[in-house]
Design a protein around this ligand. Structure first.
Ligand code: GUN
Ligand code: ZN
Length: 445
């Protein structure tokens, strides 16, 4: 009694290896007519429909998605939920963009009702894009964090989030003292870290808006609490990197402003990292810190081209995931993000393969977040966080897909032409929370 069993039928796609270390063909498996059996929010079996159909209890209806691909849900390693309303703000590069658009937008989150509405829209748009886990920046306001975690909990989605901390170089109303930051975070960690599937991230916005005292507080929080995340920005634009060298003259490099305070290690997610040098990449590799590659943001703000294959160099691979970085980024879709990552690599003479791209958006991201024991695969024991992709979502996609000869080719066309329209449904913890075809579309857990 009470066992919640579900069965999904469609083409399955699962990752079994790292396509930046091995041949792509050896890194995934796909069942053209596959079945996924779910019990109490977890996948218990996957395999060919013909072999596994008898394992489905008689009273359990099979949810069938003909011509669709069942994959682990996408993971967004870097996104600002309060910035969804200021996406597509014209004309500025990073530092001016923050002053002109970002800070005024985030200031509105002192109002809990505003934060609630924004969190609700953000979660819906995330699920509409097939993203089931994200590392999320809130604002400096405690209410913004409460609003987000409450909304994520309604879907029972595994989310990583935290209060954005600043104690200099931002409007006064958005600044805190290091002590206030500490006390707010202790309370938020107590309320939300590991409550259900929620995880807390200590979130100093970036070095220019932090004093050493604030970064020290972040280090203290990480030492005092088990399993916390740390997220921040690093080396996104040249002007920012120069500013940091002036603000922290005694630090060896940008990464050292964080490392010195004890912020760089496993479960650290550093956004961008476009202008990191070789010693900094080596430190990321050695410490287990990860980078979030945010191509739509980097192109939109003109920040530069992330050297993905350099970061992933097999001699000292850095953990990397993809981030949408809304609102500097221009889409919440990981398909669009993969497509832009391909172009950023192309501009540097490299070729990002489709299997590599989908791995980055699923299992690679889970590895970067140290969640690859439970997220990022369509396999027994993994969370039933699943995206149902529809490769024939539009007439153009249908026409183009008809000319594809392999799954890899179809996945490449999908990441180049696809977006939210290509997400047929999204499952979180075994429940269908988004259904493109139903009138209501969204369902809370
Ligand atoms: N650096 C510091 N804050 C931000 C932000 O909100 N967005 C981006 N893209 N970079 C940042
Ligand atoms: Zn960001």
């Amino acid at each position: 009694t009470g066992r919640r069993v579900r069965a999904l039928r469609g083409r399955t796609l699962d990752f079994t290896g790292n396509p930046f270390e091995q041949a792509a063909a050896d890194c995934f498996s796909s069942e053209p007519d596959g079945l996924v059996i779910i019990e109490d929010g977890r996948i218990t079996a996957t395999g060919p429909w013909n072999e596994l159909r008898h394992a489905v209890p008689e009273d359990v209806p099979v949810e069938t998605y003909p011509d669709c691909i069942l994959s682990a849900g996408f993971i967004d390693c870097h996104v600002h939920y309060p910035q969804l309303g200021m996406i597509a703000a014209h004309g500025e590069q990073l530092l001016e963009w923050l002053e002109k658009y970002t800070f005024p937008t985030e200031a509105k989150f002192h109002d809990r009702a505003h934060a609630d509405a924004a969190a609700r829209l953000f979660m819906r748009e995330l699920l509409r894009a097939g993203t089931t886990t994200a590392a999320v920046y809130c604002t400096v306001h405690v209410q913004s964090v409460e609003a987000f975690f409450e909304e994520a909990s309604r879907y029972d989605a595994c989310m990583i989030a935290g209060q954005s901390l600043m104690d200099r170089n931002a409007p006064t109303a958005m600044l805190q003292t290091a002590q206030q930051a500490h006390d707010d975070c202790v309370a938020l960690i107590g309320r939300w870290h590991r409550r259900g599937r929620q995880l807390y991230a200590v979130t100093p916005r970036f070095a220019p808006s932090s004093t050493e005292a604030l970064l020290e507080v972040c280090g203290t929080l990480l030492r005092d609490h088990d399993g916390l995340y740390m997220q921040t920005h690093i080396a996104e634009s040249r002007a920012e990197v120069e500013w940091v060298s002036r603000l922290f003259p005694t630090r060896a490099n940008y990464l050292d402003t964080y490392a010195h305070a004890g912020l760089v290690g496993p479960r650290a997610m550093l956004g961008h990292g476009i202008h990191l040098d070789e010693p900094e990449l080596c430190t990321c590799h050695a410490t287990g810190a990860a980078l979030a590659h945010c191509p739509t943001s980097n192109l939109f703000l003109g920040s530069g081209l992330f050297r993905l294959f350099d970061a992933l160099d097999p001699d000292r691979p850095v953990r990397v995931g993809l981030g949408t970085d809304i609102g500097a980024g221009t889409s919440l879709s990981q398909l669009r993000t993969m497509g832009e990552a391909y172009k950023v690599a192309a501009l540097q003479g490299s070729r990002l393969g489709a299997i590599q791209a989908y791995w980055l958006a699923t299992l690679g991201a889970a590895r970067a977040l140290y969640l690859d024991d439970r997220l990022g695969r369509l396999a027994p024991g993994y969370a039933a966080d699943i995206v149902v992709l529809d490769p024939g979502a539009t007439p153009l996609l249908q026409a183009r897909m008809a000319l594809c000869e392999s799954l890899e080719e179809r996945l490449f066309v999908l990441m180049t032409l696809g977006d939210e329209r290509a997400v047929r449904a999204t499952y979180v913890a075994g429940r269908r929370v988004y259904d493109r075809e139903s009138a209501r579309q969204f369902t809370y857990a």
